[in-house]
Design a protein around this ligand. Structure first.
Ligand SMILES: [Fe+2]
Ligand SMILES: [Fe+2]
Length: 273
């Protein structure tokens, strides 16, 4: 993505310390003394909730399975008449990808069950946790404030630069020791999700430069994106039982972590593909 504008680079630079802040949640959690099989099952179930119900990416009662499924049914009579086939394929691919993510994390969750413990299902995880609902509410508020920029901010912040998935994938090197089996299951699930979600984040970036945003609009987009990234750290920290606290948490929320290096080369090759 060598052609990214100065404004887009500025937005990415502003987001990068918050992406690190989100990654800090996972890095702290993996080695945390309060981590257990039960806390692993809990965060995996909450992740499944996000993969089905969508955290503000779709109306809360439909989520990212039922929402696109109904869109596909409604689209069928219009395909190549008033709706381009590629747009329909995009919806179908989005539905398939997010459901595959649900399956990956639900498999890990269920594999960690003791005999008699329940398996996961989408309805059991319909109620998200407080901080995730707050992130959804913030995203909806931004879309009400400005439909175009609010939607752009939501897509730009989707997945939080995939740090859960990259940090989770790194656990494949830690499959011995106390959390060895969990680590192997988590690493496998995250590896199944990482490339898709990197692509979803790029979809939020593609075309931003072509929108011809004014300086004021870039500023609004940045404000919305940073508020959402701040909300993401709170959401993640709660999802994992608050492994970040005190000054470490404050530093992350204030955007004072060392910025993650945005991979322009990877982004560029994915956009060109
Ligand atoms: Fe996903
Ligand atoms: Fe996604």
């Amino acid at each position: 993505m060598t052609s990214a504008s100065a404004q887009l680079r500025h937005l990415i630079d502003a987001a990068a310390p918050f992406w690190t802040g989100e990654a800090e949640v996972f890095r702290n959690y993996w080695n945390w003394e309060r981590r257990s099989r039960e806390t692993d099952r809990r965060w995996l179930a909450l992740q499944c909730s996000k993969e089905i119900w969508g955290s503000g990416l779709a109306p809360l009662d439909k989520g990212i399975f039922l929402g696109p499924a109904e869109q596909l049914v409604a689209a069928f009579p219009r395909i190549d008449i008033s709706l381009d086939r590629r747009e329909v394929l995009d919806i179908a691919e989005g539905l398939r990808a997010e459901f595959a993510h649900y399956c990956a994390f639900a498999d890990a969750h269920d594999a960690l069950a003791l005999p008699g413990e329940p398996k996961l299902n989408p309805h059991a995880v319909k109620t998200a946790w407080k901080e995730d609902l707050e992130l959804s509410a913030l995203r909806f508020a931004h879309k009400r404030e400005n439909a175009k920029l609010g939607d752009r901010a939501t897509r730009f912040t989707e997945g939080g630069y995939c740090t859960l998935f990259s940090e989770g994938m790194a656990l494949k090197h830690k499959t011995q020791g106390p959390h060895g089996r969990s680590n192997a299951l988590i690493a496998e699930a995250c590896a199944n999700v990482y490339e898709d979600e990197f692509g979803h984040m790029l979809k939020g970036i593609v075309g931003l430069d072509a929108e011809g945003l004014t300086t004021a609009e870039w500023e609004t987009l940045k404000r919305m994106a940073l508020e959402q990234l701040h909300g993401r750290i709170r959401m993640r920290n709660a999802q994992f039982g608050a492994p970040l606290e005190g000054v470490t948490l404050e530093r992350a929320l204030a955007g004072r972590c060392d910025p993650i290096a945005f991979d322009y080369a990877k982004a560029g090759s994915r956009l060109a593909a």
